[in-house]
Design a protein around this ligand. Structure first.
Ligand code: NG6
Ligand code: CA
Length: 497
């Protein structure tokens, strides 16, 4: 009897593990998300003069999308759309976070929740920038809700941006290395105890601010916002890339037996640009170029880890950026002066913050060894489609209204594409429809007085044909009356739907 039971038990165990094995055939998914990396910053796109050999290898062996978009020309809204599959302009809270409350409702379905439902392990390492908690955050106890309440089993994050306080990492809701004897306080309006700031004590700065960024000084760099205490928890800016990479690598090695979804959310090349000394001077373009070289190296190291762990053939990698490029985003770091012939936006007009193409048309690459065949695809795809496309790839049945299942496109570079996409920048929207773009009239300066980026604001409607005019120079509103009216109609339908 005991023997029979034992045999039944052994058979059960074998079946159970073979079932697990089938499950483990579900691919791992890694989204590598750069911060402010431009369409022309990746050499595989043949636009600029920077060299990114590691991204290029993945791009050249996978699908390189030349018409791939982030959902917004700034960070938090793009991240919101990526993780929820919902347009950011539907949610008033989905705007740049500066110590804001959590932007995503904890009841909302998210990409990591979807993966969890399919028995994946889920993690985010790197920049978060989607707000934390409700109301005022107490950094000295558990900070919740945050990424863990939105479906990430493991989170190791920079809360907002590298140029905002607090300059600490948060692991699963707790400030890493916080000394209880030295509590951490943050305030975005008022300074604490006349502490030195970038404004009052410029002599303490190693990097000078240009606009904004003149509050609390950490590591010789003044930031947005004030902070006091918590000194042991402060990050080292120059080690940030290595730090996130090492955590990412350990996570992969630790979780290689289960399918995992990993959001590797890099901080480069957002300001302040702080390359590790071994990358200083490598681009000849100053810190902006150097941190792109650094980010490229990190991606190469990640690739190597997957190769060494024999995971490449079972891992879908997506590389993209949260918005387009900007040179001067608030610090004097020679991004403009040392640019040389490099063109971060490539042939596109605008940049970060802009409704023109370079605001949201970004590097967009998918790669899965043995599955994707090298292809350059000019089909229209948006990061908002990642939700439904991944859902399809991992056999989940979750979909959202705004996210299109473009899984075939993601895996082959061919097939159904989007015909229309609403672009967003600072709450302002525009329509991309096939080869056309319609930008409604918006008040505001056409060129940002800080960043010098062309924002897309104009008193008049703008209509561009990207096929003939990828740089959006010729406004066809008057010549192409019918097209104009057609797009106006589609725009108003889409935005009110
Ligand atoms: C802006 C900051 C800019 C950057 C941006 C967020 C000023 C004047 N400008 O408010 O430097 O931090 O927010 O960038 O403070 S993003 O890529 O995270 O959206
Ligand atoms: Ca960004």
């Amino acid at each position: 009897m005991i023997k029979n039971n034992l045999i039944v038990f052994i058979v059960f165990v074998i079946c159970f593990f073979s079932a697990c094995n089938t499950d483990s055939k579900q691919p791992n998914v890694i989204i590598i998300y750069a911060d402010d990396l431009g369409f022309g910053d990746v050499s595989a796109y043949n636009q600029g003069t920077l060299n990114t050999p590691n991204i290029d290898r993945i791009a050249n062996e996978g699908i390189k999308f030349t018409n791939g978009h982030s959902s917004s020309a700034t960070c938090s809204p793009s991240r919101y759309a990526l993780l929820t599959g919902t347009y950011p302009w539907r949610n008033k809270k989905a705007k740049i976070s500066t110590g804001a409350s959590l932007i995503i409702d904890t009841n909302q379905i998210t990409v990591p929740k979807m993966f969890k439902q399919m028995n994946y392990k889920t993690a985010i390492v790197g920049k978060w920038h989607l707000g934390l908690g409700y109301g005022k955050i107490d950094y000295n106890s558990k900070i919740s809700p945050g990424p863990n309440e939105l479906g990430f089993d493991y989170s190791y994050i920079m809360p907002d941006t590298q140029d905002r306080v607090p300059t600490v990492y948060i692991e699963d809701g707790y400030v890493k290395n916080l000394d209880k004897e030295d509590p951490l306080f943050v305030n975005f309006k008022n300074n604490f105890d006349n502490q030195p700031t970038g404004k009052s004590n410029p002599e303490l700065l190693t990097t000078k601010w240009h606009h904004g960024h003149f509050n609390t000084i950490v590591n010789g760099i003044s930031r947005i916002g004030f902070m006091k205490g918590g000194k042991k928890a402060y990050w080292s800016d120059i080690d940030m890339a290595d730090h996130f990479l090492n955590i990412t690598k350990s996570y992969i090695i630790k979780n290689k037996e289960n399918p995992f979804f990993l959001f590797y959310s890099m901080q480069q090349p957002h300001v302040p640009r702080t390359p590790h000394p071994r990358f200083v001077g490598t681009s000849g373009m100053g810190p902006r170029g150097d941190v792109i070289i650094e980010a490229d190296w990190c991606i190469g190291e990640l690739y190597k880890t997957l190769e060494q762990e024999d995971l490449l053939e079972n891992t879908l990698i997506i590389i993209s950026s949260d918005n387009g490029p900007v040179l001067n985003d608030g610090y004097y770091d020679e991004a403009v002066e040392k640019l040389g012939d490099h063109t971060p936006t490539g042939v596109l007009r605008g940049g970060k913050y802009s409704l023109f193409e370079a605001g949201t048309r970004v590097p967009f690459i998918s790669y899965w060894k043995g599955v994707t065949k090298p292809k350059i695809s000019n089909k229209l795809i948006s990061q908002i489609d990642i939700f439904s496309s991944l859902s399809s790839i991992i056999n989940s049945n979750l979909h959202t209204k705004d996210s299109k299942d473009l899984s075939q496109l993601l895996l082959t570079g061919a097939g159904v594409e989007r015909d229309k996409l609403i672009l967003e920048a600072f709450g302002k929207t525009a329509l991309k429809y096939r080869d056309w773009v319609l930008i409604p009239p918006y008040k505001g300066s056409p060129v940002s007085k800080y960043t010098n980026v062309e924002l897309g604001n104009s008193d008049n409607y703008q209509l561009y044909n990207l096929k003939d005019d990828p740089g959006q120079r010729i406004n066809l509103v008057n010549q192409e009356k019918e097209k104009f009216l057609e797009l106006k109609e589609i725009y108003s339908e889409s935005i009110n739907n």
